[in-house]
Design a binder for this molecule. Structure first.
Ligand code: IPM
Ligand code: MG
Length: 379
């Protein structure tokens, strides 16, 4: 009985923390206006594994692309050190406090992949740095575009980025050897702001279709709430066609040529969004090809969709890592900051690189250095 009570207290604490998070969301200021800033500070974070290699490529490319803006002080590229798995373990902090301080002084972040210790790999069970940063900076929308023009595919995923299974992913309980329990959270504000961002995008980009993806038939409270709130937001956009799908059939439909052209904007809770966007990126040509934006009101962080690829490092083929995904994220970052011209220039160079280079990621074909040289040449 007393053990059960201690779990009840654990749960009570979780509820209190979530109530506090909702209060903080209510008190959040509106979106910051980047255009009114004298200098836009872009923090670059190498990350782990192949991170330093692909970030080096990306920085070289941005330095050339933004030569004028950097020289005039309109943009500053600021290297942020210390978000490495070694330093995080040494400090036993997911994002060490002094690193988070530096991050908070930037406007935009370009981030390489960071390693998350897995259960049973002998390292302390730190929370994923991504998850911490998304939460600390309140980056509520994870926006991931995938396009295959020759197949008529033009998708953009709006994944909820701070709640669902991720909000309490490190606070589940092992009751005993037989039972483990995790928690999943959906809030009204958290869902509504994400849905609103997705519908606004759909409206501003030619009334694209919006599809809502859940498993509301099974996760009745959290996904049920998510679906009904998205449907409420949809009422404010009567000109937009809306449908809803369960995540399992959505996974199938994405590879069904009879259906997949019909999807445009897709709204998903956190975990389904994680899974479906890897699938979508693979359909486009691999997880190394898609960029990812984490958007909040005050900050925005742009990153590759893939992880730090420890296997490539262990196999000694890290130099073959493809910087394309991180560079696509940089394109999204430039667009977010209304730097449309450099964004388009970079995008064209990346399209050309995708055509010309062969980067299967298995230690054959072109290297990250080949990629960088190719893109620099075309800017
Ligand atoms: C992603 C990644 C992350 C996630 C990991 C690295 C925590 O898979 O950005 O999709 O699960 O969100
Ligand atoms: Mg993922």
């Amino acid at each position: 009985m007393s053990e059960v009570m201690s779990y009840a207290e654990h749960f009570a604490k979780i509820v209190e923390d979530q109530l506090a998070r909702v209060e903080a969301m209510k008190n959040a200021h509106g979106a910051q206006d980047l255009a009114s800033k004298e200098t836009i500070v872009i923090g670059t974070i190498d990350g782990d594994g192949i991170g330093p290699i692909i970030m080096d490529a990306c920085r070289q490319i941005l330095e050339k692309l933004l030569e004028v803006e950097l020289a005039s002080g309109q943009v500053e590229l600021r290297r942020i050190e210390g978000l490495t798995i070694e330093n995080r373990i040494a400090k036993m902090e997911t994002v060490p406090a002094e690193v988070l301080d530096q991050i908070r002084q930037c406007d935009l972040l370009l981030k390489g992949p960071t390693t998350t210790p897995g259960k049973g790999d002998g390292r302390p069970n730190l929370e994923s740095a991504n998850v911490t940063l998304r939460r600390e900076l309140d980056l509520f929308a994870n926006v991931r575009p995938v396009a295959i023009p020759e197949q008529g595919i033009d998708w953009i995923f709006y994944r909820e980025n701070t709640e669902g299974e991720y909000a309490l992913g490190s606070r589940g309980v092992d009751i005993n050897d037989d039972i483990s329990i995790d928690f999943k959270v959906t809030t009204t504000l958290g869902t509504t702001r994400l849905a609103r961002a997705a519908f606004e995008y759909a409206k501003n980009n030619g009334n694209k279709n919006v599809s809502i993806v859940t498993k509301a038939n099974i996760m009745k409270k959290t996904d049920g709430k998510f679906l009904s709130l998205c449907m409420d937001v949809a009422k404010d956009y009567p000109e937009i066609k809306v449908d809803d799908w369960y995540v399992d059939i959505m996974a199938a439909n994405l590879i069904n040529p009879l259906f997949n052209k019909n999807f445009n904007v897709v709204i998903l809770p956190n975990l389904y969004g994680d899974i479906i966007t890897d699938e979508a990126a693979q359909i486009q040509g691999g997880v190394g090809t898609a960029g990812s934006a984490n958007i909040g009101d005050r900050y925005a962080m742009f990153e590759a969709i893939h992880g730090s690829a420890p296997r490539m490092v262990a196999d000694g083929i890290a130099e073959y890592a493809n910087p394309a995904s991180l560079c696509r994220a940089a394109v999204m970052m430039l667009r977010h900051a209304a730097m449309t011209e450099p964004a388009e220039k970079l995008e064209r160079a990346l399209d050309a690189a995708a055509e010309a280079l062969d980067m299967p990621g298995d230690g054959t074909g072109n290297t990250a250095a080949d990629f960088t040289a190719f893109v620099l040449e075309r800017l």
